[in-house]
Design a protein around this ligand. Structure first.
Ligand SMILES: N[C@@H]1[C@@H](O)[C@H](O)[C@@H](COP(=O)(O)O)O[C@@H]1O
Length: 243
């Protein structure tokens, strides 16, 4: 894993934006894997700014989000589809039919998982996958214990993950108990992975990732087996790392 150490969140967001823009210019068509949560928000605002300044176009981007809560409709303000519309899609020229987020409100979620896999497959696989890091090492919504061979599937969310994400809801009771997520194998098939980590609250997770073994107990550790991973991390996130 290549680590790019940056000073703070603003620099992380700019670096991540440059990384994505470089890949957009290098690829005629870019299949981009997207993440939600707080960490990529700055990346998305930088991408929107670049678009407004005429420095980027998303016409040739096909995007696939990592995950979605089960039971939330697209228009629900807490859904990841809504998040993506607000933070990125509505502000740039990506084609609606190219901006994919799993449909958590599907009446047949099992089928939705299969269809989502097929769409990724048909797009020719993900060129660049953006990832955030859960406090317990989850990537997407792949919680500890998820097999490395998993494909897009339904997960029961851990209490700690619901707790961590309850800040986006009025109360923890409102946080869905299930989600659809790309599987670990699906993520690992991406040609390049960009992991973004910021802040002191991620320092312990980053130290576990870098110093620990590859184990399903800490899903992000699988990234050590991928040949093209870039980690952009700020000083706070790297503060517990002994290097
Ligand atoms: N499902 C999302 C992940 O895709 C995200 O990467 C992670 C970290 O989120 P944050 O960036 O807010 O710390 O948590 C959430 O549970």
């Amino acid at each position: 894993m290549r680590i790019i150490k940056v000073k703070d969140y603003d620099e992380l967001s700019r670096e991540a934006c440059n990384f994505v823009l470089n890949n957009m210019t290098q690829n005629e068509k870019l299949v981009l894997g997207l993440a939600t949560g707080s960490t990529p928000e700055g990346l998305y605002s930088n991408l929107v700014e670049s678009f407004k300044q005429g420095k980027a176009s998303f016409k040739n981007v096909i995007s696939f989000n990592l995950d979605e809560y089960v039971g939330l409709k697209a228009e629900d303000p807490q859904s990841y589809r809504h998040y993506m519309n607000e933070k990125l899609f509505s502000h740039v020229d990506i084609l609606d039919e190219n901006a994919h987020v799993p449909n958590g409100a599907s009446i047949n979620i099992e089928q939705e998982c299969k269809d989502y896999e097929k769409l990724i497959e048909d797009s020719g696989k993900i060129d660049v996958q953006i990832l955030g890091l859960g406090l317990n090492g989850h990537i997407g919504f792949n919680e500890p214990g998820t097999p490395f061979s998993s494909r897009t599937h339904i997960v029961d969310l851990n209490e700690s993950t619901r707790e961590a994400n309850s800040r986006f809801f009025h109360s923890i009771e409102e946080v869905p108990t299930k989600a659809v997520t790309m599987g670990i194998e699906t993520i690992m098939e991406s040609k390049k992975i960009l992991l973004l980590v910021s802040g002191k609250n991620k320092a312990e997770a980053v130290a576990k990732l870098m110093n620990g073994d590859v184990s399903t107990k800490f899903p992000a550790s699988v990234l050590k087996q991928h040949k093209n991973v870039t980690v952009i991390a700020d000083e706070d996130a790297l503060s517990e790392l002994k290097i």
